[in-house]
Every structure is written in C-alpha cells, then in structure tokens.
Design a binder for this molecule. Structure first.
Ligand code: ADP
Ligand code: MG
Length: 277
C-alpha cells in the first residue's frame, strides 16, 4: 500500500523595518541560520535597491523585473536559472526589483515575482521563504508581501523613528490579519545595547522581542565584504557568537511561535509614549 505523506507547508516570513536599520543584513544571516538547520530557503529581495541578497551571493543579481522586461513579459521564456541564484549555505536568492521611479507600484512587482515563481513551480518547494521588504509600510503596495506571509518580523533599534516605523508596520499586520492568518512573530532589536524605549513600546503594544543585537563592527564590515557572518566565521571562529544571535532567531521561527495580532497605538499616543514631553 502506498501512503501519501503530506508535505510540510512552507513557512513564509516578511521582514520589515525603517530604511537602513539592518533588514537585509539580518535577513541574509537568518536565511543562512535556517539553512544550517537543514531547511531549504529562498530569500526574495523586495526593495528597488535590489541589494537584499548581495551578502549571500557577493554580487547584485539581475532582478525579476529586468528579466521579464528582457523577455517582453513572456513568462514561458523565463527559466528558473534566469532569476534564482544560489547563495552562501545553499540559500536560493531572488531580487524582485523595483517599479519605475515615480511610476508603477511595488505591490505589482511583488505580485509579478510570486506569479513567476509559482509558474516555475518554485514557490512551494521551499521550507522557508523570506521576503526582505523595503522600509516602512507607506502604502498598500509595499504591504503586499504581508498577503503571502505567515509571520512578519520587524527590525528596529532603540530610537523613536524606527519604533514609529515599527508601529506603522504593526498596524498593517493588524489590518491584514483580518483576512488571512498572518501573525507578528516579534521585534528584532538591532545595532543597540539599550532597550528602554523598546520595552516602553511593547508595554503599550505587547509583542515578543526575539533578539537584541548590539552594534557589532564585524556586521558592518560583512556588508562591505558581501559575506554573511557565517561565512566570515569559517576563517574567524571568534565570530561564532554573532552567528548564535541569528541561530536563536531561526530556532524560534522553526518552533512556529504563536505570535500576536498587534494592538492599535495611534501615532499621537506613540509621540507621548516615546518622548519626554
Ligand atoms: P536595510 O536593509 O534595513 O536598509 P542594511 O541591512 O543594508 O539595512 O544595513 C545597513 C547597514 O548597517 C549595513 O552597512 C550593515 O552592515 C549595518 N549593520 C546592520 N546591522 C548591524 C549591526 N548589528 N552592527 C553593525 N552594523 C550593522
Ligand atoms: Mg535592505
């Protein structure tokens, strides 16, 4: 008798946060951490900057939009190897690319990317898909990856601006959670050793803090080198302690946490909560 084993479903993550806060760096290292745990991982860069996967591949890979334009939007002429590139640790990498500046929509680009990957039968063959998304959610377009995600992760420091952005993203998660089972897995504190404002924020809007990474010079350098911390640690084992931060986040995700649907904290309330006046 043959038995049909149900394939475990893909866990889809969307990483958000203020511009420059460390989303791509954190995404690449989490992707490798998940791969180190034996998972098949796809990272999709959803930022017109299209540098999400630089640290994994060491170069700026062609974007889906560039490739589609080149092929006159004939999806049937696109091969997986045209758009999916192998990165460090076996992580597969895709860059969605951006809409034309001042025209078009980021949401359309993400939609086209998912459509193409589905046509290539590439969307369902991963254990984890991680969307690395541009900055704060400022419009429905850039909230689009939330439509495909099971979990949102927010990268923030201990400052007002990043927490303000985090609150906007949390509001988008609340909105999207009305129509599909999206949860906020939690905050990742980055480039900070202090967490007093983060603590204040999560008192008002309860959510888990998955990890807090300090400012680490080697993480800054890793971006310039185009290498994850895991790759750097191969020749410098003193960096293994940095990898442990990312492995800890990966393990929490793989445990399929309950996460939260965040509370509502209007902008005005946040101003008085996070400032001294
Ligand atoms: P984003 O994707 O949010 O725009 P990046 O991942 O490109 O941000 O990070 C911006 C810069 O901050 C990069 O040069 C990166 O190396 C650096 N960086 C990120 N996290 C840390 C950290 N914990 N310590 C030091 N530098 C960091
Ligand atoms: Mg980025």
């Amino acid at each position: 008798m043959t038995r049909n084993y149900k394939r475990q479903t893909t866990v889809k993550l969307a990483v958000y946060g203020k511009g420059g806060i460390g989303k791509s760096t954190t995404s690449c290292n989490i992707s490798v951490a998940l791969a180190k745990r034996g998972k098949k991982v796809l990272q999709i860069g959803c930022d017109p900057k299209h540098d999400s996967t630089f640290t994994l591949t060491g170069f700026l890979i062609p974007t889906i939009i560039d490739t589609l334009q080149e092929k006159d939007y004939h999806y049937e002429d696109v091969w997986p190897e045209d758009v999916i590139y192998k990165g460090y640790g076996g992580v597969d990498c895709v860059e969605a690319g951006g809409p034309p500046a001042g025209a078009g929509c980021g949401g359309y680009v993400v939609g086209e990317t998912v459509k193409l990957l589905k046509e290539l039968n590439a969307f369902d063959e991963y254990d984890v898909i991680l969307f690395d998304v541009l900055g704060d959610v400022v419009c429905g377009g850039f909230a689009a990856p939330l439509n495909y995600a099971d979990y949102c992760l927010i990268v923030t420091d201990n400052g007002f601006d990043a927490l303000f952005a985090a609150n906007r993203i949390a509001a988008s998660v609340r909105e999207k959670a009305r129509t599909h089972p999206l949860r906020l897995a939690g905050l990742i504190g980055n480039r900070t050793s202090k967490r007093d404002l983060i603590e204040k924020y999560i008192e008002a809007v309860p959510m888990p803090v998955l990890e807090v990474l300090p400012l680490i010079e080697d993480i800054r350098v890793s971006r310039v080198k185009g290498k994850t911390l895991f790759e750097m640690a191969e020749s410098d084992p003193s960096l293994n302690y940095v990898c442990d931060y990312y492995l800890n986040i990966a393990d929490q995700i793989l445990a399929r946490p309950e996460g939260v649907v965040p509370n509502d904290a209007p902008d005005r309330e946040l101003f008085s909560l996070l400032s001294d006046f």
